[in-house]
Ligand binder design. Structure first.
Ligand SMILES: [Zn+2]
Length: 201
């Protein structure tokens, strides 16, 4: 799933606090937003492996959530919701497409790397691929209610996420066609940071 979908799902996990404990909501929402985005910071270095932990984030989330129940502070809530959102992100990636330049072709059997078992989990493709219409539908279903529930700075964050999601889905196939051209122009010292999938035609 695309990054805006992960960000919105993260926010949605913490959104109930906006209704039931508004004074604690900002910390939880911020933690959840960061946790939802964080795994995809490995986009250009070991994507869906370096920062994706489909087993360890969920395991770490359990004691963090327990701790946040016992010591309910902004920090403990931010950590708990951050781990919960990162766990949801990595589990969700399994239900999307594989890791390849044109994931709609469905030739990759790599969805997310599981460090616990030391192997790649294969894509289930319930959401066809990141940036598919189904991915956008999920973004809208999760994001639009957030516009009504959240307050303050989180409203424009949701607005921006939905705008990026829509643009990305509209441009998805053009971007894939552009990638090999753009990335083949990268100067030599940076070339080693260009992911393999962007170089093959
Ligand atoms: Zn991811």
């Amino acid at each position: 799933m695309m990054l805006p979908t992960h960000a919105l799902v993260g926010l949605a996990l913490a959104a109930p606090l906006a209704l039931y404990a508004p004074e604690l909501a900002p910390a939880a929402l911020l933690g959840a937003l960061v946790g939802g985005i964080l795994p995809d910071l490995d986009m250009y270095a070991g994507h869906r492996k370096s920062l994706h932990y489909p087993t360890f984030y969920p395991l770490a989330a359990v004691p963090a959530i327990a701790a946040a129940f016992v010591w309910t502070t902004p920090v403990s809530l931010a950590v708990a919701f951050g781990l919960l959102a990162a766990a949801a992100h990595c589990r969700m990636d399994i239900y999307g497409g594989g890791l390849e330049l044109r994931p709609w072709e469905g030739t990759s059997e790599k969805a997310v790397y599981d460090h616990a078992s030391g192997r790649w989990l294969s894509p289930r493709r319930f959401i066809a691929y990141d940036g598919s219409r189904g991915d956008l539908a999920l973004s809208l279903v999760v994001g639009l209610p957030l516009l009504a529930v959240l307050e303050g700075a989180f409203v424009p964050v949701v607005g921006v996420a939905l705008t990026i999601a829509t643009s990305y889905v509209l441009l998805r196939k053009h971007l894939a066609n552009l990638a090999p051209t753009v990335f083949s122009q990268v100067p030599e010292p940076l070339a080693e940071y260009v992911p393999e999938r962007y170089l093959h035609e």
